[in-house]
Structures are given as structure tokens and as C-alpha cells.
Ligand binder design. Structure first.
Ligand SMILES: Nc1nc2c(c(=O)[nH]1)N[C@H]1C(S)=C(S)[C@@H](COP(=O)(O)OP(=O)(O)OC[C@H]3O[C@@H](n4cnc5c(=O)[nH]c(N)nc54)[C@H](O)[C@@H]3O)O[C@H]1N2
Ligand SMILES: Nc1nc2c(c(=O)[nH]1)N[C@H]1C(S)=C(S)[C@@H](COP(=O)(O)OP(=O)(O)OC[C@H]3O[C@@H](n4cnc5c(=O)[nH]c(N)nc54)[C@H](O)[C@@H]3O)O[C@H]1N2
Ligand SMILES: [Mo]
Length: 776
């Protein structure tokens, strides 16, 4: 056990994930947020037929039709919204923005819910109250003054409902831009850009029922016990009935080792737990493309053996012949690959590759899941496509019990993209939108997150509107991003809680407080529901049940509608009518997207409906109308390779992940108990031999710099070293503290995702003169 000077503690956690530990933390959170007894009923309405969709994550649930499903981190997300703490105008009167900047993200979150619209006042460096109409007039003035609509950017975070997101994209396109940076650009973009090239659509192909029949479940780069806890109950069922679960992750995450189900009285009373993964494959950070390629190569060779020995084929040749193109070139590329290189690049011992290949080749039905461990690297698009190739080799797509399962983050991030939050819209979509609303949408592509930041820094983008999220903290290259935001003429944040993005602002700045999903949304006296699409393409309706945090909140839809009305008038679209009745927006969505036929009727059914995913039906929306095997070479000239050539083994590859007590940039608490970290966040997980190699020891403080070729020094200071079971040459730390280290231009090829899970870094004893150190 190690103590640090701020009272933090490192102590391995002996218990399984879930269980009594989870219940204890739930109680702690309800107390911390001072959630009143009356609101505790809220928790029971989570994911119920007449309740709200959990704002925690995008994992689907069967409980829209059955019983309450317990989820520790879902409770935290709900408690954070249902908190009785408030940030009223008097709070802003007491603090300048400069003062608030000195507070940590954790402290900012603790103040509670925003209650009134606020405008920044330069003279006092404080936010002052503003009437809603005046706020909308200010936005309209800025937008209408732009010489080019592309000087505005409209950010979306994935909690926005389908209705809010649809209205928002319509508004921005009527203003004249496709600048839609969104959280997805930093998240599953490699999935959304990679899968269309192989199976025709950038979504998963499985539903929950498929898990009941899968023989093997491969989990790449995902930490479900923390980030998708409702997935754990399902994995436990799968493990219990004998399905093989494989964790492919540099870390042995606790939840993938053992899980105690808080819903199982037997496990809770006897303090028993269920082992989850039967196999751990541990690539080095960013080694997945090489690993998957190596497995695919072995599957090909196992098929050669079968063919030679007269045994049943390993490849699903019927599927390959009837449904795919490109197999010959793909197989030739695999055969030409150098084994030594695959072993080095993946970091996985040959025996583990062999075990994984044999397991995959012998399982009848396989589901492949993946999270951020696969998507936040330079070659993420290639890795997603290679996984899709591997699954296609054995026809594991589009049949029961098998398929692709990207596990999304924000509860409606998938739905937002479905309804048009897309900086690269298709011509067909634009045609339809233009027809339905009688206008000419802009045709040229817009800016994603990284390009928006670049645009702000260059002074091209100078109005920023954020529909939720925390752009200033979630994005890479923090000092550069902040400089970009600060040169904006106007920044607008539609938010529920105080965050960094309110403090790093443009010359004019607005905070527009909004209802959360747990709150009753009355329009014209009628409670309105909003719809969301989960990670498995189920669309359902969500009704809030709590009293709004303040009488002066507007719904996101009302905010978008009134912003649009003030900017564009209501000649073409009756914005305010839509804000008064959200069913009208669902009618609009139905007119623009065929798959939403009978939207209002179908969403009224318990559990909602499944949005068609063509690849699930083995219909391939690719140019060839077939699933396409794609050849992807392994890039051996990445920033990490180049930096290692200069710095040798001192160069480490850093992944940035979530702790157990945070929701992205929202920090609920300072513990990450499954990884044994308590009361602190500035830690670096590192292998014992790397500590020795660097002449450092656990408990030492280090400053971190990243290596990039533009001569800018990027650093994050004062991190405690924690000896950890992590592959050599790799280190781990938490986000967002480490975002200053991610170079803006370091992105996934073909997706633009910041490479926040493969940052080349050097560690220096804290306080050392880094320029001198780098030269020694
Ligand atoms: N409680 C809670 N729930 C959340 C969130 C939250 O912050 N808190 N965030 C939401 C959002 S937006 C998202 S996107 C999801 C994120 O959920 P996850 O995808 O689970 O995200 P992370 O915690 O960032 O990282 C996941 C895993 O990737 C592994 N990893 C790192 N590098 C590599 C690699 O190179 N290869 C492989 N194979 N693995 C690697 C890490 O060890 C870690 O276990 O969760 C959503 N749900
Ligand atoms: N280094 C590094 N960077 C990363 C990642 C990483 O793994 N490593 N992960 C990336 C990923 S996967 C993602 S998705 C992004 C997340 O990026 P964002 O989505 O921008 O960030 P969040 O932290 O989820 O946003 C939190 C804020 O949203 C507001 N909010 C909460 N609920 C609501 C609501 O109902 N309505 C509105 N209008 N506002 C609300 C609150 O004010 C809160 O402060 O970060 C990315 N950045
Ligand atoms: Mo995400």
C-alpha cells in the first residue's frame, strides 16, 4: 500500500466486481448528492416501460419490459442529475470565472445543477443572469452577422435525444453549414467509418437475444464493469451456461475476471462470484490490428490443414462465395505477412494467438464486442475492418447468436448520427431533407471535432454552439483547444451542470441550462417523451419523472427551437409548434428517413422497435452489394515507432481510460476501486521492469511529456507512479487530465479520432528541467 501527500491510497482491491462494494458506493453517492428520499423512487423508474432511459450508457436492456436492473454507475449518473445541490445566479455573483478556473473538474461538478440562463460579462469577469429571449437574440445576432455560415460549428454530445438532434441539424443546415463536430468523432468514429467499407453500415449486427446463443464472446478493449455495468449481468449468464468469454485487453480488468451479481441473492448472501473470462489475451497498447491479422492468418492455415486432411472446412466457404468479394486478395495478403513482425507489433505470445485462433475456429457462434481500446489509435479503422474480415471468414455476421457488437458510449450517440448529426452527409440524405423542408442544404462536407479546433485556432470558426458535453475538457491538445475557444466571438453551452467549457469561453458566452432526461418535460401542459436509439439499434421512448431542477429550465428541444426561431424566423419551419409537441418532430423524422415509418405508433409500444440494420439480414449496402474483405497493411511508421527510434525503450505508449468514478469529463469521485486507486486521479500505471529501467520506483512523482514532431512541448505534471500488471512499454492514466498530451494532429486515419489510447510519452522525475532532461 502506498500513501500520497494528498491523502490518496493505492491498495489492491480483493473483491469481485459488482457485489457489496457496488452497493456501498451507491449509498455513498446518494448521500454525496443529497438525493432526497422522494427522488430515490427515480432509481426504480430507470429503464422501466413508463420511465426514462438511463442517461448512463448505450447498453440496451430487456427491462423496458421487465424488472429493475441494478447498475451502480447508472445510479451515479441519475444521482448526479437528481442532486439537490444548485448553481443559482448568486453562485456566479460570488465567483469570477478566473476564480472558478482554479477549481478541479471534480469540484466544479459538485456544485450541482444550473438553474438560470447566464451571460458572460467582460467588465466583471462574471456570469450574469439573462432573459431567455435576450439570450436567443444574442445568438441570432452573431449567426446572422457571419459572412460565411461555415464560421459556425454546432457540437453535439450523445445524450441529446433524436428529436433535439434532428431539430438541431435542421437548424444548422438552414443556417448553411454541415459543421457538426460531435462526441462520436472522439469515440466510435472508427466503427462508423470502418464498417461501411466491409458490411455496408456502421452499426452493430446483434441484439441482446443473440448473446443467449453465442458460444464465444470476444471483448476487445472494453471495461464493462465500469462503463457498461448492465452488460455484466448478461456476461455472467453467458459464462454460467458455458460460453467462452475472451478478454482482449492489455489490462486484466477486474470485471472481466470475476463478477458478483447484486441481483443474485445467492451470490450476495454467500459472497460468491462468477468467473467471467476464460481467456485473457493481452496485446500491447495499439497491438490489436496485428493480433487480429495474426489470428486471421492462423484461421486460414487451420483451414489449409482441414482441407488437406479431409476434415470439415474452417472457412465458411458457402458464405464467402455467396456473400462476399475480395477474399482472394485478402487471403494472399495474410499469407504474405511476416510472422515475426506480427508477434512484435501485437506483443502477444505465439501460444496465445494459437489458443485464440483455435477457439475462434471451433466456436459455432461468435460475437465480437469492442470499445475504446480498439477505436482510439492511428490504425483504428483498419483494426475494426480486420475484425470484420475475421468474422466474415467464418460467416459470423447476420446469423443468430453471432455478429458484430460495437459497444457505444453515450446513451443516444448512435441515434444522433442516425438522424443527421453527420459532418459528411450523403447526397441522398441532403436531397430528402431539402425536399421535405423546401430549402437547399449545404452540400460540401463540414468540420469534425479536430477540424473544428483547427478552424478555431486559425480564426476561421468563431461561433461555437454546444448541445451538451464538455468540449473544452473532452478534446485533445488542451492548451491549443482553449486558445481556439477563447478566440471565438461567441460560445454557447447547453448544459445541466457546471463544467470547464463554461470557463474557457469566447468574447461573448452563454450558459443555457436544460432539463435532464430524468425530469418531467411539460409543454402546453402535456408531458413530452423523447426517443433514443441504443447500441443495438433499439429505439424507445423516455419520459422523465422528477420535478425539474429549476422552474427556469428549458428542454433542449425548446432551446433549439427558440434559437432557430430567433435566427431564421418561422417562415419555412414552425419551430415553436414543434417545441410544443415533440410528436411533430417524429413526424418530420419519419418523412426524411424511411426506416422510421409509423414512428409515433411504433415507439408507443412497450420496448419500442428495432431499427433495421441491413447487414444483420445479410443485405450489404456496399458498392458491390456484397460484404467486402478489405486489405489493411500494418503501419510501422507511426509516431510511436518514430519516437522509439529516437528514445529507445524509455519511450512508452500511453493509454488514457476512465476510472470507475467518472462519467467522461464528469468526475463523481476520486476512487477507481477495481484498479486499487483511492482518493486520487493523477496516477500512471506502469510495469515493474519499466520502473527499474527508468531508475524510478512506485510512489515517485513524475511529469509527463509526449513526443510529436511539431516542436511544441506538451506536458502534464505531477503524476504518482503505480506499479501495475500492464505490458512492458505501455502505461495507463486517466482522461481528461492527460488530454494536454494528445497532439491535435495525431488522429485515426480515415476517422479523425484523436489517438487518446496511443500517446508516445516520456516520464521525468517531477520538477526536473525537461528541456535539459530530453537532451541527456
Ligand atoms: N460509468 C461510466 N460509464 C460510461 C462512461 C464513463 O466515463 N463512465 N463513458 C461512456 C462512453 S462515452 C464510452 S465511449 C464508453 C467507454 O467505455 P470503454 O470502451 O470501456 O472505455 P475506456 O475505459 O476508455 O477503455 C476501455 C478499455 O480499453 C483498454 N485498452 C486501452 N488500450 C487498448 C488497446 O490498445 N487494445 C485493447 N484491446 N484494449 C485497450 C483499457 O485497458 C480499458 O479496459 O463508456 C460509456 N459509459
Ligand atoms: N484522452 C481521452 N479523451 C477522450 C476520451 C478518452 O478515452 N481519452 N474519450 C472520448 C469519448 S469516447 C467521448 S464520448 C468524449 C465525451 O465528450 P462529451 O460528450 O463532450 O463530454 P461529457 O463529459 O460526457 O459531457 C459532460 C457534460 O454534459 C452536460 N450534460 C449532461 N447531461 C446533459 C443533458 O442531458 N443535456 C445537456 N445539454 N447537457 C448535459 C453536463 O453539463 C456535463 O458537464 O470524450 C472523448 N475524449
Ligand atoms: Mo464515448
Amino acid at each position: 500500500m502506498a500513501e500520497n501527500d494528498t491523502g490518496g491510497r493505492i491498495a489492491p482491491y480483493p473483491n469481485p466486481a459488482g457485489g457489496w462494494g457496488a452497493l456501498k458506493y451507491v449509498a455513498l453517492n446518494l448521500v454525496r448528492e443529497r438525493v432526497g428520499r422522494n427522488s430515490i423512487g427515480t432509481l426504480l423508474a430507470q429503464n422501466q416501460p413508463d420511465g426514462f432511459d438511463c442517461p448512463g450508457c448505450a447498453w440496451p436492456d430487456r427491462v423496458h419490459t421487465s424488472t429493475f436492473e441494478f447498475c451502480e454507475n447508472g445510479v451515479k449518473a441519475v444521482a448526479a442529475e437528481a442532486t439537490s445541490k444548485r448553481v443559482p445566479p448568486e453562485f456566479f455573483a460570488r465567483h469570477t470565472v478566473t476564480e472558478l478556473m482554479a477549481q478541479s473538474d471534480f469540484e466544479l461538478e459538485q456544485h450541482g445543477r444550473l438553474t438560470d440562463p447566464m451571460v458572460y460579462d467582460r467588465a466583471t469577469d462574471k456570469y450574469m443572469p439573462i432573459a431567455w429571449d435576450d439570450a436567443f437574440a444574442l445568438i441570432a445576432r452573431h449567426l446572422n452577422a457571419l459572412d460565411d455560415p461555415d464560421r459556425a460549428a454546432f457540437y453535439t454530445s450523445g445524450r441529446a435525444s433524436n428529436e433535439a438532434a434532428f431539430l438541431y441539424q435542421l437548424f444548422a443546415r438552414m443556417v448553411g453549414t454541415n459543421n457538426f463536430p460531435d462526441c462520436s468523432n472522439m469515440c466510435h468514429e472508427a466503427t462508423s467509418r470502418g464498417l461501411p467499407g466491409t458490411v455496408g453500415i456502421g452499426k452493430g449486427t446483434v441484439t441482446l437475444d443473440d448473446f443467449d446463443e453465442a458460444d464465444a464472446i470476444l471483448i476487445f478493449g472494453q471495461n464493462p464493469a465500469t462503463n457498461h455495468p448492465r452488460m455484466m449481468g448478461l456476461l455472467r449468464e453467458c459464462a454460467k451456461r458455458g460460453a467462452a468469454i475472451v478478454s482482449i485487453n492489455p489490462l486484466k480488468e477486474r470485471g472481466l475476471e470475476r463478477f458478483q451479481d447484486p441481483q443474485s441473492p445467492a451470490e450476495m448472501l454467500t459472497n460468491a462470484s462468477t468467473p467471467i473470462s476464460s481467456m485473457f489475451v493481452r496485446p500491447r497498447v495499439s497491438g490489436d490490428l496485428a493480433l487480429i491479422k495474426a489470428v486471421a492468418r492462423r484461421v486460414l492455415e487451420l483451414d489449409d490443414d482441414a482441407l488437406a486432411g479431409g476434415a470439415p472446412r474452417v472457412l465458411d466457404t458457402a458464405f464467402i462465395d455467396a456473400h462476399t468479394t475480395g477474399f482472394a486478395a485478402f487471403a494472399a495478403d495474410l499469407r504474405a505477412e511476416d510472422w515475426g513482425m506480427l508477434l512484435v507489433e501485437s506483443g502477444v505470445p505465439r501460444a496465445d494467438i494459437e489458443r485464440l485462433a483455435r477457439l475462434y475456429a471451433s466456436a459455432d457462434r461468435v460475437i465480437a464486442c469492442w470499445g475504446m481500446g480498439l477505436t482510439q489509435h492511428k490504425q483504428s479503422v483498419a483494426a475494426v475492418q480486420m475484425l470484420s474480415n475475421l468474422m466474415m471468414m467464418r460467416g459470423q455476421i447476420g446469423r443468430r447468436g453471432a455478429g458484430l457488437c460495437p459497444v457505444r458510449g453515450h446513451s443516444n450517440v448512435q441515434g444522433d448520427r442516425t438522424v443527421g448529426i453527420e459532418e459528411r452527409p450523403t447526397p441522398a440524405f441532403l436531397d430528402r431533407l431539402g425536399q421535405v423542408f423546401d430549402f437547399a442544404p449545404p452540400r460540401h462536407h463540414g468540420l469534425d471535432v479536430v477540424a473544428t479546433i483547427r478552424g478555431m485556432v486559425d480564426g476561421r470558426v468563431n461561433v461555437f454552439v454546444g448541445l451538451g458535453g464538455n468540449f473544452a475538457a473532452a478534446t485533445p491538445d488542451t492548451p491549443l483547444t482553449w486558445a481556439g475557444l477563447r478566440q471565438c466571438a461567441l460560445t454557447v453551452q447547453v448544459s445541466t451542470k457546471l463544467n470547464r467549457s463554461h470557463l474557457v469561453h469566447g468574447r461573448d458566452a452563454l450558459i443555457l441550462p436544460t432539463l435532464g432526461r430524468t425530469e418531467i418535460d411539460l409543454q402546453d401542459g402535456v408531458a413530452q417523451g423523447v426517443t433514443v436509439e441504443d447500441s443495438m439499434s433499439m429505439v424507445h421512448i423516455s419520459y422523465g419523472i422528477n420535478r425539474p431542477a429549476s422552474p427556469n429550465l428549458l428542454s433542449e428541444i425548446a432551446i433549439v427551437a427558440r434559437m432557430a426561431h430567433a435566427t431564421l424566423g418561422s417562415g419555412k419551419v414552425d419551430w415553436l409548434a414543434r417545441a410544443a409537441n415533440y410528436a411533430l418532430i417524429r413526424d418530420d423524422i419519419e418523412k426524411v428517413f424511411d426506416d422510421f415509418y409509423d414512428y409515433n405508433a411504433r415507439v408507443a409500444r412497450p420496448g419500442g422497435f428495432h431499427l433495421r440494420v441491413a447487414s444483420r439480414e445479410r443485405t450489404w449496402a456496399t458498392p458491390s452489394a456484397r460484404a467486402q474483405f478489405v486489405v489493411n497493411a500494418i503501419d510501422r511508421d507511426t509516431a510511436i515507432h518514430r519516437a522509439r527510434a529516437i528514445h529507445g525503450e524509455r519511450l512508452l505508449t500511453m493509454m488514457t481510460t476512465r476510472s470507475h468514478d467518472q462519467y467522461n469529463t464528469t468526475i463523481y469521485g476520486l476512487d477507481d476501486r477495481y484498479r486499487g486507486v483511492f482518493g486520487m486521479r493523477r496516477v500512471v500505471f506502469i510495469h515493474r521492469d519499466d520502473l527499474a529501467m527508468l531508475g524510478l520506483k512506485a510512489g515517485d512523482k513524475v511529469d509527463i511529456t509526449s513526443v510529436w514532431d511539431d516542436g511544441i512541448e506538451r506536458r502534464a505534471d505531477g503524476f504518482l507512479l503505480v506499479e501495475y500488471d500492464i505490458p512492458r512499454g505501455c502505461v495507463g492514466a486517466y482522461y481528461p487530465e492527460t488530454n494536454p498530451l494528445v497532439p491535435l494532429d495525431s488522429v485515426a486515419v480515415g476517422a479523425g479520432t484523436p489517438t487518446s489510447k496511443s500517446i508516445p510519452v516520456l516520464l521525468h522525475p517531477a520538477g526536473q528541467d525537461l528541456v535539459k532532461a530530453a537532451n541527456t
